[in-house]
Design a protein around this ligand. Structure first.
Ligand code: KG4
Ligand code: ZN
Length: 340
C-alpha cells in the first residue's frame, strides 16, 4: 500500500511516499528555517504563505523521487491538527484538492500520532517484537506529552507540559545565549565540549504528576545570565565562549533529566514493555544516550531526520488508520487544538 503523507502543521512543508507503513520510498522536506531565523521564531502568516508556495513542488518531488506516478498511490494522508491554524488549512485543503483530482481516498492524521509512528518507519519488528503497552514521549516545539500506547491507535495521555514545551524551552534558552533558531540543535552543538563548570540549574517538577514544567528552568537561566552580566532587558550581551558552552550543556542536561525521570516513572507505573521517543527534541543526542542508558526496557528512537517534522511519519500512521477501516473524509477540518 503506497500512501502519500503530507505535513504542514508548523514550519516545514513535507511530503513522503510510504509503503506498508514502514518503507520510505521518498521523504521531501522544504524547511522554512531561513525565513523564521530572521525573527528568532515562527511567524504564522509567513508560514502559511510559504506552505502555499511550496506545496505542489514538494508533492511533485515526493512522487517523482519514489519512482511512481500518482496512479500508483493507494491513498493520501494529511496532518489535520494540532498545529498553526493557517498552516494546517493550507495542507488540508490542498490535500483535498489532490484527492479529488486524482480520485484517491483521503484521511486526516493527528500530528502527535505521526510522531509516534515515526518509530515504525524502517522498523518492521516494532510492536510485534515488544508488544504493548509502550510509553511514548513526544517532545517537540509545541508539545511535551507522555502517552501510554495500549495497542495500535490506542492512546492515553498521562502527562504533559503545564507551560513551555521542551523544544520551546531549548529555543528560548538559545535566545538567552545569543544562539540561532531553532535552538535545540544549536544548544546540542555548543554543549559538546563542556566541562561542567557552572552551578546546576533547577530540575522543575509538577507535584504528584507525570507532567512537565520548563518555564522556571528558562527563567533560572535568564536570571543566572543577568547576574553574570551577559543578558539584560531580554537581550544577550556578548557571553563568552565558555559561558555559552557551559550554560548550553547545563540547560540541556536539566531538560534531559526532567524528560528521562518522568518517562521512566511512567514505565514503572504502567508496566510498559518499551519506550518510544518522537518529536524534534528526540533528535537530541544527549537525550538519546541518557534514555538508553537509564532505561531497563528497550528504547526505540527514530533516526534524527525522522524525529523532526516530516511527511513520512504521517504516511506511516495513515497505514494503520487505513488498515483499521476508513471512509472518505471530504468534511475533514483543520483542528489547531486536536487531541490525541
Ligand atoms: O517536532 P518538531 O520538528 O516540530 C514541532 O512539531 O514543533 O520540533 C521542533 C523543535 C524545536 O523547538 C527544536 O529546537 C527542537 O525540536 N529540536 C531539538 C533538536 N532538534 C530539534 N531540541 C534539542 N536537540 C535537538 N537536536
Ligand atoms: Zn512535530
Amino acid at each position: 500500500m503506497n500512501i502519500l503523507g503530507i505535513e504542514t502543521s508548523c514550519d516545514d512543508t513535507a511530503a513522503a511516499v510510504i509503503c506498508d507503513g514502514k518503507i520510505i520510498k521518498s521523504n521531501v522536506v522544504a524547511s522554512q528555517k531561513e525565513m523564521h531565523e530572521k525573527y528568532g521564531g515562527i511567524i504564522p502568516e509567513v508560514s502559511s504563505r510559504e506552505h502555499f508556495l511550496n506545496f505542489l513542488p514538494v508533492i511533485e518531488e515526493a512522487v517523482t523521487q519514489a519512482g511512481i506516478t500518482y496512479r500508483d498511490l493507494d491513498g493520501i494522508a494529511v496532518t489535520n491538527g494540532p498545529g498553526l491554524a493557517g498552516a494546517l488549512l493550507v495542507g488540508v485543503n490542498s490535500a483535498k484538492g489532490l484527492a479529488m483530482a486524482w480520485d484517491k481516498p483521503l484521511i486526516g492524521i493527528n500530528h502527535l500520532e505521526g510522531h509516534i509512528y515515526s518509530a515504525w518507519l524502517e522498523n518492521d519488528e516494532l510492536g510485534k517484537a515488544y508488544g504493548f503497552p509502550m510509553i511514548c514521549l513526544i517532545a517537540s516545539g509545541g508539545h511535551t506529552d507522555l502517552v501510554v500506547m495500549k495497542d495500535h491507535l490506542e492512546y492515553e495521555t498521562i502527562g504533559r507540559t503545564v507551560d513551555d514545551a521542551a523544544g520551546e524551552a531549548f529555543d528560548k534558552a538559545a535566545r538567552i545565549l545569543g544562539l540561532g533558531f531553532p535552538g535545540g540543535p544549536e544548544i546540542q552543538k555548543m554543549s559538546e565540549n563542556a566541562s561542567g563548570l557552572v552551578p546546576k540549574l533547577p530540575r522543575p517538577t509538577v507535584k504528584n504528576s507525570l507532567s512537565f514544567s520548563f518555564s522556571g528552568l528558562k527563567s533560572a537561566l535568564a536570571r543566572r545570565a543577568e547576574s553574570e552580566g551577559f543578558y539584560s532587558n531580554g537581550i544577550p550581551s556578548n557571553p563568552t565562549d565558555i559561558q555559552v558552552r557551559e550554560y548550553s550543556a547545563e540547560f540541556q542536561e536539566a531538560v534531559v533529566d526532567c524528560l528521562v525521570k518522568n518517562t521512566l516513572a511512567a514505565v514503572e507505573e504502567f508496566n510498559a514493555v518499551a519506550i518510544v521517543l518522537g518529536g524534534g527534541v528526540a533528535a537530541n543526542s544527549r537525550l538519546r544516550i541518557r534514555m538508553n542508558s537509564d532505561s531497563t526496557v528497550p528504547v526505540i528512537i527514530p533516526a534524527p531526520r525522522l524525529c523532526t517534522d516530516n511527511g513520512a511519519m504521517i504516511g506511516a500512521a495513515a497505514y494503520y488508520r487505513f488498515r483499521d477501516g476508513y471512509s472518505q473524509e471530504w468534511d475533514m477540518d483543520a483542528i489547531p487544538n486536536l487531541k490525541l
